[in-house]
Design a protein around this ligand. Structure first.
Ligand SMILES: [Cu+2]
Length: 232
């Protein structure tokens, strides 16, 4: 209770401060609603165990790839949910795709059109290679001393990513025309926040399964739950 009171107090203070300096109090983030998406997969997880024959001191001797990651209660990981019928502003925080332990982190990375930082945390040679149709291909060696490469992806589409040095390194960057997206965690859950109120359509997409769309009605200041089961 104390925490809640504190939050209310802080909000009241902000409003009071805004009134004091004569600034308009905008609905902003408070004007939107939240979509809580829970994704399930009824099939067995698909896991691939790879024997590593290169850069083992950094990559490890074996890699376990969760191609279809299924957690407790059949929750499906690495699944993108996004609002398809709305344009929106770019996200303000930097977008980063890390190459760490010879894996892409995250495996599924949504972003609004713009810049992306590709990191090499491994200190070994990686070579990022993108497969896209609207955005220019990126195919660049990233030597061990090059910690960051700045690239741009300006057109909304799904871009598959691989490393040409380490064949098991696979990922997906999804350029979304608005910031209303989320990627499920190991329990198959994600939240899309600050969505403009109204009726919307969301798309739920996993790299290896059939995508689905759902209608959802978002109300200001409220959370609406959506359950989706993806299939092959
Ligand atoms: Cu690599």
């Amino acid at each position: 209770m104390r925490k809640v009171a504190g939050v209310v107090g802080a909000a009241a203070l902000t409003l009071a401060a805004a009134a004091w300096v004569g600034l308009p109090v905008r609905a902003g983030a408070q004007g939107g609603g939240t979509i809580e998406v829970e994704v399930r997969y009824n099939g067995a997880p698909v896991i691939e165990d790879i024997k590593v024959n290169k850069d083992v001191e950094v990559c490890g001797k074996e890699k376990r790839i969760d191609k279809i990651g299924v957690g407790p209660n059949k929750g499906l990981a690495d699944t993108l949910a996004w609002v398809t019928d709305t344009k929106g502003p770019a996200t303000s925080k930097p977008v980063t795709l890390d190459q760490k332990g010879c894996e892409f982190h995250p495996r599924v990375l949504p972003m609004t059109p713009g810049e992306i930082d590709i990191l090499n945390s491994d200190g070994v040679l990686h070579n990022i290679h993108t497969f896209s149709s609207l955005n220019p291909t990126i195919n660049k060696a990233q030597p061990k001393f090059k910690k960051v490469m700045k690239e741009k992806l300006e057109k909304p589409e799904i871009v598959r990513v691989q490393c040409d040095v380490h064949s098991w390194m696979q990922g997906w960057i999804v350029v979304v025309p608005n910031p209303f997206f989320g990627v499920t965690d190991g329990r198959g859950v994600t939240k899309i926040e600050n969505v403009p109120p109204g009726k919307h359509q969301i798309e739920v997409w996993h790299p290896l399964l059939a995508k689905q769309t759902k209608e959802v009605e978002v109300k200001a200041g409220q959370a609406v739950k959506v359950a989706v089961e993806l299939k092959k």
